[in-house]
Design a protein around this ligand. Structure first.
Ligand SMILES: Nc1nc2c(ncn2[C@@H]2O[C@H](COP(=O)(O)OP(=O)(O)OP(=O)(O)O)[C@@H](O)[C@H]2O)c(=O)[nH]1
Ligand SMILES: [Mg+2]
Length: 314
């Protein structure tokens, strides 16, 4: 996994709210939050997204996607890049067409196979009102299994219930959540999956905007920081042991036996520990702060639990 170019895949059917989300999210985080700022070298894309973001705050939504938008961006903490990612905003149609007829569909499937994180956009309003849309959930679960594959690194998956502003009562939430139950089951299935759900609104009263992207980036950054901390602890242990062994007698015996001396191995582990310490110094604080920002942004964004009403009859 390359922390400077994490591959985040956005999955969602036509009109699920993917492009609105990308514009709202970029605009929100490009403005800076608690020392973090989203940046991109691609000025034209940044201007287009923040322009669309401003329109969203007035209740004007972007037009349907005709060709994919690629966003290569990074999250900076105090002007230092801590994590970079790549986000492609596909047409929702790419999810339902066959890879043989539609090159975009083929590309989406390829990206899913190598994804470092996935955000699933599910139109909560449509799921609550149109039982025909429930088939889309099943198709998405099948696609997600492709992303989970047999890898071992943690895989953040976010289920974003979009258009949450349109769901005003508990019964509607109950229907939407009953429809996404197979997805939520996958999110809670353990293994490499690190799942969360969020109620998302992208219009004039935004809600949950930072959660999907921060969940993905924070989970992977924290994992890396923990991993480096573990490696460093191991290297320090080796250095401690080898310091006891490394003496003149050992050097002589090693030379005589033709094996690597403790002093030489000590040098190797000391150098490794130095490198790990330097990497951790750049990672630990931003990882902790990002987890703090995520927790803050996540407050009150879980979709209401839906147990009070049955799903819409077919
Ligand atoms: N009320 C409400 N409507 C939304 C929200 N987000 C999106 N919409 C509506 O959904 C429509 C489609 O949103 P898009 O963001 O274009 O959806 P998309 O998933 O990118 O669609 P495709 O590119 O066609 O796959 C918008 O034109 C809005 O009418 C939201 O947060 N609240
Ligand atoms: Mg779109």
């Amino acid at each position: 996994m390359d922390l400077t170019n994490l591959r985040v895949v956005a999955l969602g059917h036509s009109s699920a709210g993917k492009s609105s989300y990308l514009a709202a999210m970029f605009t929100h985080l490009a403005a800076g939050r608690k020392g973090f700022r989203m940046v991109t070298a691609d000025r034209a894309t940044a201007d287009r997204l923040t322009g669309a973001g401003k329109q969203l705050s007035r209740g004007v939504y972007p037009p349907p996607t005709s060709r994919p938008t690629d966003l290569k961006a990074a999250l900076e903490y105090g002007r230092k890049e801590v994590v970079g990612f790549h986000w492609t905003d596909y047409r929702g149609g790419a999810l339902t067409s066959s890879a043989a007829d539609d090159p975009e569909a083929g590309q989406l499937l390829d990206r899913l196979t190598g994804a470092d994180a996935v955000v699933v956009f599910a139109d909560a309003h449509r799921l609550a009102t149109d039982p025909d849309s429930h088939d889309e959930v099943r198709r998405t679960v099948v696609l997600l299994h492709r992303a989970v594959g047999d890898g071992s690194a943690p895989l953040p998956i976010v289920l974003a219930h979009t258009k949450a502003d349109l769901l005003t009562d508990a019964a509607a939430w109950a229907r939407a959540r009953a429809a996404t139950a197979p997805l939520e089951e996958l999110l809670g299935s353990g293994g490499r999956v690190r799942g969360t759900t969020v109620a998302l609104s992208c219009g004039p009263s935004p809600r949950g905007i930072a959660v999907p992207v921060l969940w993905c980036l924070s989970t992977l950054l924290s994992h890396r920081a923990d991993h480096v901390a573990e490696q460093l602890a191991m290297s320090k242990g080796m250095v401690k042991d080898l310091r006891k062994e490394a003496n003149g007698v050992d050097s002589l015996v090693s030379w005589f036996k033709g094996v690597e001396s403790a002093a030489k191995r000590l040098k190797y582990w000391e150098e490794l520990a130095r490198e790990e310490k330097a990497e951790l110094a750049g990672l630990a604080r931003p990882a902790r702060r990002l987890a703090g920002l995520l927790a803050r942004e996540q407050r009150g964004t879980a979709p209401p639990a839906g147990t009070t009403a049955p799903a819409v009859a077919r």
